[in-house]
Design a protein around this ligand. Structure first.
Ligand SMILES: [Zn+2]
Length: 142
């Protein structure tokens, strides 16, 4: 099977992936490689499922808890006005969830975050910035 996220999961398990924030039993919480929205993170399922409804119980309920823990963590650290949670999978058919914290100063607040996608690459972070954000998140997850 040729799946970019199965490959990513394998590489996280094999080495130290620098964007890894936390390993849950069923998923990995990763810091987004851009921070167009401060605190943008992605939760990736360890196993390959296409649809949320396809995840067998109790993994389904447990991964939902992992999503909620991730959301609470990002809310606690970044204090967004609203958290946007996006699960599409049209490009990569392997369950993952995008956490987009949205803020007061966002002129496009009422629009879906994906409409700003062309600007995401302009908000790449340095390894130092990445490590600092991950450290703050890891301290709060305990
Ligand atoms: Zn996969």
């Amino acid at each position: 099977m040729n799946c970019a996220l199965c490959e990513r999961v394998k590489s996280i398990q094999a080495e130290n992936y620098p964007y890894l924030i936390h390993e849950f039993p069923h998923s990995y919480l990763l810091l987004g490689e851009h921070q167009y929205y401060r605190g943008y993170c992605v939760l990736v399922s360890k196993s390959h499922h296409k649809e949320m409804a396809d995840i067998p119980s109790p993994e389904r309920e447990e991964i939902f808890q992992e999503m909620m823990t991730s959301s609470s963590l990002i809310q606690k650290v970044f204090k967004p006005k609203k958290m946007n949670l996006s699960s599409l999978g049209n490009v990569v058919e392997h369950l993952h969830w995008h956490f987009f914290p949205r803020y007061e100063d966002d002129v496009n607040f009422k629009n879906p975050p994906w409409l700003q996608m062309s600007q995401f690459d302009d908000a790449k972070i340095t390894p130092e910035e990445r490590d600092k954000i991950i450290e703050i998140l890891q301290l709060e997850i305990l």
